[in-house]
Design a protein. Structure first.
Lengths: 223, 139
């Protein structure tokens, strides 16, 4: 028996049935689906900015330890104490002029300094160049570094666990606690997310007073 | 490998040099055999960037005088946007020594220092200086 015509007829009926279902159930919903998708895309684009590919990887507040304080000189000879940055989010970067991966990060830090300084953020670079300012100053000029550079020494690196590998970067929260550590080259997005995450956790006002996070205000638990 | 373990290790191993014999008034060549740990590189003796620390072998004049130090041809690699000239894996450095005509005969040690700075694609390690000692017999 030749079943070919029967199969063709069944397939034709299937195609018609599928087309009918699309016309009855899906087509009327199409504008609504499109509108919903557009609304969702709009809402995502308007939510908190720039959480891009990498996730912020900061430690929970309870697990953070105080960043050891130190005093070092900057390029102008001014003595700078880390504790003077209390109330700000600090990206503390140990680096050297001879370190290629460090050099790759520097343009990002220049950008972060411009982007987030007004929100209570500072980059502090600690150079580990044995040759001192004669090596570091030309590098600062060549790379147009816009943030403060201090000349490090072994007594400071010992406070931070030795810092044998460069770059090593500590993300310090507004309370002067270490929120994240990166040994070696990290991702720009990773840094950016951590900075924004830490900045969002208690923004400073123009008068320097800490703004209370919205969530804590709602919970009534802010100090 | 954890970073703290990486940091504790020298990134270069030097094969202990065999004794060399030099005749008074003559020259002798010492070939130093080195190996960079897998995954790491050390800057060459002539880096392209002025800020990069070159590898350098220096010898203290004593029994023998240093006539020349010859480094191998480096590899060219790119790390990020940086063009680097580096040594990786096994390589040798040749030194030509001269025994002064009035050098005292007998055995002794020639001492040198190898300064280098190692990196991998993610991080760099602080410059290191290691001592090199070559047993010498002057005839």
């Amino acid at each position: 028996m030749n079943i070919g015509p029967i199969l063709r007829e069944l397939r034709r009926n299937d195609r018609q049935r599928i087309h009918w279902r699309f016309e009855v159930f899906v087509r009327p919903l199409k504008p609504a689906l499109l509108a919903t998708a557009a609304t969702l895309m709009f809402l995502f684009s308007c939510s908190r900015p720039a959480i891009t590919t990498a996730q912020a990887d900061t430690k929970p507040e309870a697990a953070r330890k105080p960043a050891p304080n130190f005093t070092l000189k900057d390029a102008s000879g001014t003595r700078v104490e880390l504790s003077s940055y209390h109330g700000k989010v600090v990206l503390l970067n140990f680096w050297a002029t001879w370190c290629g991966p460090c050099e790759m990060e520097i343009p990002w830090f220049v950008e972060f300094e411009q982007q987030f300084k007004s929100k209570g953020f500072e980059v502090v670079g600690v150079s580990m160049d044995d040759d001192g300012w004669p090596a570091v100053k030309p590098f600062i000029a060549a790379k147009k570094i816009n943030y403060r550079i201090l000349l490090g020494d072994d007594s400071v690196t010992q406070l931070y666990g030795g810092v044998d590998a460069l770059p090593t970067t500590f993300m310090i929260d507004r309370d002067g606690r270490i929120a994240a550590v990166h040994v070696g080259l990290a991702g720009k997005d990773e840094y950016s997310n951590e900075i924004q995450n830490l900045l969002a956790n208690g923004e400073t006002t123009d008068s320097g007073r800490r703004a209370r996070p919205v969530a804590s205000l709602l919970a009534g638990s802010a100090k | 490998m954890p970073v703290f373990l990486q940091a504790q290790q020298s990134k270069i191993t030097i094969t202990p040099p065999a004794p060399i014999a030099a005749k008074r008034g003559g020259t002798v060549t010492e070939t130093l055999k080195l190996e960079v740990l897998p995954g790491f590189h050390v800057n060459s003796d002539k880096p392209k960037d002025e800020f990069i620390i070159p590898l350098k072998l220096t010898w203290a004049d004593g029994l023998l005088l240093t006539k020349s130090v010859t480094y191998p041809k480096p590899e060219e690699i790119k790390v990020g946007s940086q063009d680097l000239t580096v040594f990786t894996g096994n390589f040798t450095i040749e030194t030509q020594f001269e025994a002064p005509p009035k050098a005292p005969t007998g055995s002794g040690i020639v001492t040198g220092k190898l300064r280098y700075q190692a990196c991998n694609n993610q991080m760099c390690f602080r410059p290191m200086t290691v001592d090199v000692r070559v047993p010498v017999v002057v005839e």
